[in-house]
Design a protein around this ligand. Structure first.
Ligand code: SAH
Length: 396
């Protein structure tokens, strides 16, 4: 029997030698040994020199994802345990510095475990398996998580479309431990959030915005705030905690807004300081402009408009549109807190879009802070795709 192997075209080994973990189908000259979905294959350059060991995914454009560049390593339970353990241990500092009970323990490729996301909410783990490699080792991975963390339960949220690119079926549900009967209540920087890990967006909460949510507290005192794309109220609750005069919170998701109202009650904030509007931001910002409304701070945290570079142009128009309108609605001296979580939009491009929005609005803005994803979502040097969340705080 031939050992599974992937042979690359001449020159296509370069990025892999720079430790980029993705091997595209177009880089592969031949596949030997007929590897199954997620099976480990050795990767060789065109001169048959060993380069890496990777998880094979026969239906994905990302045909293989590298586990290791070391030929002596075997991809088994022990290997996975060492990787997961190291990933969790890297977070031990954040358990002290981040002041939260919600932390991302494993961030896929950025933690050397391609396709695996693990978030911890109190003592519950929520896992997402996004590609064929970890799918094949699913049972081992859950066993390892139980062994290392001893959680009350593990819930799987592998119900994401990217799995379709690997021809994997979507799956969600309790994996081990006591079934969840209600939402979990986490505490982050003194603010409580009720999190629905079963039905909520992502794994239930935008953990990546932690530092940015906390940041606005110091800027909101006595201000009138408009929080666009508010979801369950991350920025709203911090605005209220920081002494904002009023907040208007807008999202298109009714369940998210219901949750936001509960979160306001959970924290004992005065619900009259916050107005909730269910609607489309693109329309609402125009309506507010026509009504000559104005605010001291506007937060724009839209969903991913451009998952990949190919959608960047259309996405850029969307970002420019909402930012231009926001600049118009801001009072002089007002503050825009604006984000893009699109992997396809670089920090440079994002800043150019904001610059052009300000120019068209006739505004001279000054950047007073540059924001990014919180550190439990690290950016791996060898995997620049792990950098996705960009934010600017701009003063009008
Ligand atoms: N700021 C939030 C996360 C925002 S995620 C936090 O810190 O938790 C993006 C949100 O935008 C989602 O809740 C989604 O429901 C909402 N959304 C998407 N498109 C929208 C639109 N056109 N108008 C209003 N809300 C929208």
């Amino acid at each position: 029997m031939v050992e599974p192997a992937v042979i690359l075209y001449p020159g296509r080994e370069k990025s892999v030698l720079l430790r980029h973990p993705w091997i595209f189908a177009s880089a592969i000259a031949s596949v030997l040994g007929n590897p199954a979905v997620g099976e480990t294959a050795s990767v060789f350059d065109s001169k048959k020199q060993f380069i890496a060991k990777a998880a094979f995914s026969p239906d994905s454009k990302i045909r293989a994802r590298v586990w290791t560049w070391n030929s002596t390593e075997v991809i088994d339970r022990e290997f996975l345990k060492a990787r997961i353990k190291a990933s969790i241990e890297r977070r031990s500092i954040y358990r002290k510095t981040e002041n939260t009970t919600a932390l991302r323990l494993v961030f896929g490729e950025a933690d050397g475990i391609p396709g695996l996301i693990v978030d911890q909410y109190n003592n519950t783990l929520v896992a997402q398996i996004l590609s064929a490699g970890p799918e094949r080792h699913r049972q081992d991975i859950f066993g390892i998580l139980e062994e290392l963390v001893k959680p009350d339960q593990i819930y799987e949220r592998s119900d994401v479309d990217v799995r379709n690119l690997e021809k994997l079926e979507e799956r969600d549900g309790i994996v081990s431990g006591t079934p969840l009967k209600s939402n979990l209540v986490i505490t982050e920087n003194g603010v409580k959030y009720s999190v629905d890990v079963c039905e909520g967006q992502k794994t239930g909460f935008y953990i990546d915005q932690r530092r940015n949510r906390n940041k606005i507290k110091e800027l909101v005192k006595d201000k009138d705030v408009l929080n666009c794309f508010c979801y369950t109220g991350g920025f709203t609750l911090n605005a209220l905690a920081g002494g904002a005069r009023t907040v208007v919170s807008v999202d298109s998701s009714a369940p998210a807004l219901e949750q936001l109202k509960q979160n306001i009650a959970l924290n004992g904030f005065d619900e009259n300081r916050n107005e909730v509007i269910e609607g489309d931001i693109f329309k609402l910002l125009r309506l507010f402009r026509d009504q000559a409304k104005s605010f001291d701070m506007i937060v724009l945290d839209p969903p991913k408009f451009a998952p990949t570079v190919s959608q960047a142009e259309k996405a850029a128009r969307g970002y420019k549109d909402i930012n231009l309108l926001a600049f118009k609605l801001l009072r002089p001296g007002g503050i825009l807190v604006t984000f893009s979580c699109s992997g396809g939009i670089s920090r440079d491009l994002f800043q150019k879009i904001i610059t052009s929005a300000a120019a068209d609005a006739g505004v001279d803005g000054r950047i007073i802070d540059q924001l990014s994803q919180s550190p439990d979502h690290p950016v791996a040097l060898n995997f620049p795709e792990s950098f996705y969340l960009k934010g600017l705080i701009v003063e009008k």
